[in-house]
Design a binder for this molecule. Structure first.
Ligand SMILES: Cc1cc2nc3c(=O)[nH]c(=O)nc-3n(C[C@H](O)[C@H](O)[C@H](O)COP(=O)(O)OP(=O)(O)OC[C@H]3O[C@@H](n4cnc5c(N)ncnc54)[C@H](O)[C@@H]3O)c2cc1C
Length: 302
């Protein structure tokens, strides 16, 4: 049960970025409501790495600890719900939830994250975050020196291969269709004994998300212990665009240096604004956004 229906700030998205913004704002005596639908992008990964003080914890443990600390502030309230609509009104915004509640707020923060668009390969979704991973900094150490594949092609696949070759020498690139490397890139890959296989992938064999084999459309089988892949990304939440917030070419929410979007009074933080996808980056982005927004409120009222 939420106390009141008017807030200084409503934060949509209550994962690492949203909770960090809430802490900075709550500590600045702003009346804050965080609304979260409970679907963070890393939910399936068994352990989160590369965030000091929480290295190796589950994503949920980190979120629970964050929420417990943020909720110590009487200025912050938390609602588990999906925000289904956000509209501009004269002196701020209104938001509505799928639980039938409506709130008014002076400012709006989107900390709504990104969504991975999985390729149409059976087994991919089940292995995502477990043995099919996107980030060598998050997971590379745990799968170092294993028989590893990269699902990638062209410049992105090449850059991925350079990065991952540092972690394992048993590396194969599966381009899932005609390879699109330059002659120089092919020569370098060959020089480092990284083989390229272009036959499309038909199936990932796995046990409880742990990859065992890739099956290709020609029936060939490749035993693997890990696979790197970078699925396409889209905004998790369509509401910023519906409000008129501009996107960058990469599909991220466009912000200025103070995390203001192109719509006045609307801010954004975390993955939805950043090409550097990490828990630490999202925490930093949320904390900074809270401070920047508080500064704007101070400027408007002082
Ligand atoms: C598989 C995987 C593994 C990862 N592993 C690591 C790791 O080991 N280490 C690391 O540092 N980083 C890791 N990352 C990156 C890290 O998880 C993200 O950078 C981080 O979760 C982003 O935080 P965020 O708060 O911006 O968004 P998210 O954590 O994605 O949270 C967004 C929140 O907004 C909510 N939301 C969206 N729309 C609405 C709406 N309309 N109404 C209400 N709520 C809404 C969602 O339900 C969700 O809870 C991983 C990412 C993935 C995909």
């Amino acid at each position: 049960m939420i106390n009141g229906n008017e807030f200084d700030v409503v934060i949509i998205g209550g994962s690492y970025a949203g909770l960090s913004a809430a802490m900075a704002l709550g500590r600045s005596l702003r009346q804050v409501l965080v609304i979260d639908s409970g679907r963070p992008c890393n939910a399936q990964t068994p352990h989160s790495h590369n965030f000091i003080t929480h290295d190796g914890d589950t994503p949920a443990e980190i979120a629970q600890a964050a929420r417990a600390q943020v909720m110590r502030y009487e200025t912050v309230q938390f609602l588990s719900a999906l925000v289904t609509n956000a509209s501009k009104i004269n002196d701020g915004f209104t938001v509505q939830t799928d639980t039938g509640e409506a709130f008014r707020t002076k400012k709006l923060v989107f900390a709504t994250g990104l969504k991975d668009q999985f390729p149409d390969i059976p087994g991919f979704a089940e292995c995502w975050g477990i043995s099919v991973v996107h980030c060598p900094y998050c997971h590379g150490y745990e799968i170092k020196q294993t028989v590893t594949g990269i699902l990638g092609n062209g410049d992105h696949g090449y850059e991925f291969a350079k990065l991952i070759h540092n972690l394992t020498k048993q590396l194969t690139i599966f381009t899932n269709g005609p390879a699109a490397f330059t002659a120089d890139q092919q020569a370098k890959l060959q020089q480092h004994h990284i083989s390229i296989i272009s036959t499309p992938v038909s199936l990932i064999h796995h046990v409880n998300g742990q990859i065992e084999r890739l099956e290709l459309t020609d029936g060939s089988i490749h035993t693997l212990q890990a696979l790197y892949a970078r699925p396409a990304l889209t905004q998790h939440c369509p509401l910023p665009e519906a409000l008129g917030c501009e996107l960058t070419e990469q599909g991220l929410l466009k912000t200025d240096t103070f995390q203001r979007t192109s719509v006045q009074g609307v801010y954004a933080c975390g993955d939805n604004t950043s090409p550097w996808r990490s828990v630490s980056g999202s925490v930093a982005s949320g904390t900074f956004t809270g401070a920047a927004l508080n500064r704007d409120l101070v400027d408007e009222s002082f």
